[in-house]
Design a protein around this ligand. Structure first.
Ligand SMILES: Cc1cc2nc3c(=O)[nH]c(=O)nc-3n(C[C@H](O)[C@H](O)[C@H](O)COP(=O)(O)OP(=O)(O)OC[C@H]3O[C@@H](n4cnc5c(N)ncnc54)[C@H](O)[C@@H]3O)c2cc1C
Ligand SMILES: *[C@@H]1O[C@H](CO)[C@@H](O)[C@H](O)[C@H]1NC(C)=O
Ligand SMILES: *[C@@H]1O[C@H](CO)[C@@H](O)[C@H](O)[C@H]1NC(C)=O
Ligand SMILES: *[C@@H]1O[C@H](CO)[C@@H](O)[C@H](O)[C@H]1NC(C)=O
Ligand SMILES: *[C@@H]1O[C@H](CO)[C@@H](O)[C@H](O)[C@H]1NC(C)=O
Ligand SMILES: *[C@@H]1O[C@H](CO)[C@@H](O)[C@H](O)[C@H]1NC(C)=O
Ligand SMILES: *[C@@H]1O[C@H](CO)[C@@H](O)[C@H](O)[C@H]1NC(C)=O
Ligand SMILES: *[C@@H]1O[C@H](CO)[C@@H](O)[C@H](O)[C@H]1NC(C)=O
Length: 570
């Protein structure tokens, strides 16, 4: 008796210092209601228990009117973002509680966090970190829920919900040895559109994503962050002056190129949700100037039904695009088996007349080589007196309802890849899109143009980004309301056929970690490149007990989920 009690005591102590698995609701070690209540009082009543939005589509709380409205809006970021534990990835929603399954099927938490703290400042973060550590509960950090790789949510998790940290400060003259000039300080919850509008009100423009609702400070900038301004100012991560962070140990620090340098380096492109909880960032802003923009499209009908002629035209576009990119132009376009759409070419350092001139060789070649006249392409000019107006009038309205895909992967295509084997890249795209299941959503970008400003400091952005001409998402054409049954097959096809086909024609490249597949093979190399070992060392220094875990984040190979979805050390 005495011995077994001692033994029990020893193993419990051991479990507390080095637990093998995080706890799930229903486990004996799951914190009692009174412990959660105690956490709630520590955060002054700001603890929220998850009740998935789509519970209104399931018994016993079914409501036909609410359910119908949810069905209509599901997958629109605006619907889900205001709720603490909702997230946008169809794959990780995994049908556990969506508005499209039978009323009689139970609404289950699945990959939803169980509780969220509605964070207002450092104390709430520290309370959450301490509770998760002491109770061996999985911890996640969530901002908008845009991430498609299951990073901002987690089964059995306590979530730090950063969305309401909306402070914005304009700094006329930021002073440091590495930058002097205008800057903005943005709270963790500020979204792209809000940051752009704030910079604009102050006469400047800021590096934000093309989708208005994506957060700026969370996954976007910490993961790299490409923008219509990237041809001039690089990626989002290249512009950060300061990160305000709560570390795993609960320390409140400011990381800059001069203090907590290693943390600054890792947070600037080395992946979100990994090294600490960011409360705010300070970033450069730039004078806004006249901005040319245009859209056009063609399809297989424009090439009189000839698939070869259609793909020749797609190839012509890719042969000419780098010349535009080198002038700081950004291009966002979609390629399907039968249609090619340039949603927007944006020239933040050229007015409309200049952009028209820059586009001429490309349009002439499309006409001469492919029989596609400017009229048949429906070239539309979208320029304005500044970048903000162009985004607000022409880009955000198109992209804000961008539909999500069931499964997605991604690949960077370097300039060298295009130069060495444009034919191979085109053949791969044609092969992958054949039959219409998969399509590409691509962004043309040159982050190192001669006219561009260099990064604030060295950072952890995937080195392949510097050689990149195009970053492509490849996903399935799928919409909510359609059957989910094919999704696992698509995921397998993506890993076994689609991504290897792209990888074969894009040597020495990689994938953008924010726009990729959660199960990308060789992800350490593909997402982080030669930075990986240094990032692992920084992760160990700032988070020695692995409090922060996110799918495909640095160090995450130390964990795997068991058959119940419980996160366990490997
Ligand atoms: C429709 C759509 C359009 C997109 N457009 C672009 C684009 O133009 N350019 C581009 O580069 N990317 C784009 N993305 C990808 C986008 O950058 C990523 O999805 C990114 O992860 C979103 O970050 P978030 O903070 O808004 O989302 P969340 O899903 O809430 O968070 C994403 C990750 O960031 C972590 N995180 C969030 N807040 C914090 C914090 N305060 N501290 C530490 N970690 C934190 C989370 O833990 C999670 O790992 C787009 C995505 C979608 C779905
Ligand atoms: C936390 O406390 C507030 C205020 O008392 C309450 O409204 C809320 O429901 C509590 N949260 C949980 C998870 O019990
Ligand atoms: C989705 O749910 C199924 C069981 O319903 C499970 O086997 C699978 O692992 C889940 N996938 C994710 C990504 O959670
Ligand atoms: C979260 O906190 C903010 C700021 O205090 C508040 O406006 C909002 O209503 C809270 N949200 C929820 C879901 O409790
Ligand atoms: C398609 O056919 C029309 C009419 O014959 C011709 O004018 C046009 O150039 C053709 N387009 C292509 C891309 O071949
Ligand atoms: C795609 O490529 C694979 C491998 O080369 C080949 O087997 C397949 O037939 C191709 N599919 C199409 C539609 O071209
Ligand atoms: C293109 O895809 C669609 C499905 O979206 C399919 O019906 C059509 O046959 C495909 N066409 C070609 C030429 O591959
Ligand atoms: C980017 O543009 C510059 C010229 O402005 C050029 O020297 C460089 O090679 C380009 N980089 C890529 C990756 O295309």
């Amino acid at each position: 008796m005495h011995i077994s009690l001692l033994f029990l005591g020893a193993s419990t102590a051991l479990a507390a210092t080095c637990p093998t698995c995080r706890v799930l609701p229903g486990d004996g070690a799951w914190p009692s209601p009174s412990r959660w209540q105690h956490l709630n009082s520590t955060v002054r009543g700001r603890l929220l228990a998850t009740n998935p939005l789509a519970h209104s589509c399931h018994d016993p709380t079914y409501n036909s009117e609410i359910c119908r409205s949810l069905q209509q809006q599901w997958g629109r970021p605006e619907l889900q973002i205001p709720y603490p534990s909702e997230f946008l990835s169809p794959w990780f929603q995994n049908q556990s509680c969506v508005p499209f399954t039978a009323e009689s099927s139970a609404c289950e938490l699945g990959n939803y966090a169980v509780y969220s703290i509605n964070v207002t400042g450092p104390d709430d973060v520290v309370a959450g970190l301490t509770f998760a550590q002491q109770n061996n509960v999985r911890l996640v950090i969530k901002n908008t829920g845009h991430d498609q790789n299951g990073k901002g949510t987690g089964k059995g998790a306590l979530s730090l919900w950063m969305h309401n940290l909306k402070d914005k400060t304009f700094i006329h003259a930021y002073e440091s040895s590495y930058y002097r000039g205008p800057a903005v300080k943005l709270g963790a919850g500020v979204q792209g559109q809000e940051a752009a509008a704030f910079a604009h009100e102050n006469g400047y423009r800021a590096v934000v994503g093309s989708c208005p609702t994506v957060g700026v400070v969370g996954g976007y900038t910490q993961g790299g962050g490409h923008s219509s301004l990237s041809g001039l100012y690089g990626l989002g991560a290249d512009n950060v002056l300061e990160w305000e962070v709560i570390t795993a140990a609960g320390h409140h620090v400011i990381a800059t190129p001069q203090q907590h340098k290693d943390l600054y380096w890792a947070l600037s492109g080395g992946g979100p949700g990994t090294y600490g909880v960011v409360l705010s960032m300070t970033t450069r802003v730039f004078a806004d100037t006249a901005t040319g923009a245009a859209s056009y499209s063609f399809d297989m009908a424009s090439t009189n039904g000839s698939a070869d002629a259609y793909w020749n035209a797609v190839s012509t576009f890719h042969a000419y695009m780098p010349l535009l990119l080198d002038q700081g132009v950004y291009a966002t376009y979609a390629v399907t088996n039968i249609s090619f759409i340039v949603l927007a070419m944006i020239a933040p350092s050229h007015d409309q007349t200049e952009l028209n001139t820059l586009m001429e060789p490309m349009l002439t070649a499309l006409d001469r080589q492919n029989g596609l006249s400017t009229e048949s392409l429906s070239v539309t000019t979208l320029g304005g007196s500044n970048t903000y107006d162009v985004l607000a009038s022409h880009v955000w309205p198109v992209l804000q309802d961008a539909s999500l895909v069931a499964v997605q992967g991604g690949r960077l295509i370097t300039r060298a890849n295009l130069n060495a084997d444009l034919g191979g890249v085109m053949a791969a795209m044609r092969n992958i899109t054949a039959g219409g299941t998969f399509y590409f959503a691509c962004t043309g970008i040159n982050t190192t143009t001669a006219a561009g400003v260099p990064p604030v400091a060295d950072n952890a952005v995937l080195p392949a980004w510097r050689d990149t001409s195009v970053t492509c998402l490849v996903g399935t054409a799928w919409g909510w309301g359609q059957s989910w049954d094919p999704a696992p097959g698509w995921q397998a096809e993506l890993l076994d056929r689609v991504l290897p086909t792209m990888e074969a024609v894009t040597p020495n490249s990689g994938a953008y970690l924010n726009e990729a597949n959660f199960a990308q093979r060789d992800w350490q190399q593909q997402f982080y490149g030669r930075n990986y070992p240094r990032l692992v060392a920084i992760k160990k220094r700032y988070d020695p007990h692995d409090l922060f875990y996110a799918v495909s984040a640095v160090g995450s190979e130390a964990w795997a989920t068991d058959s119940k979805g419980r996160l366990c050390r490997t």
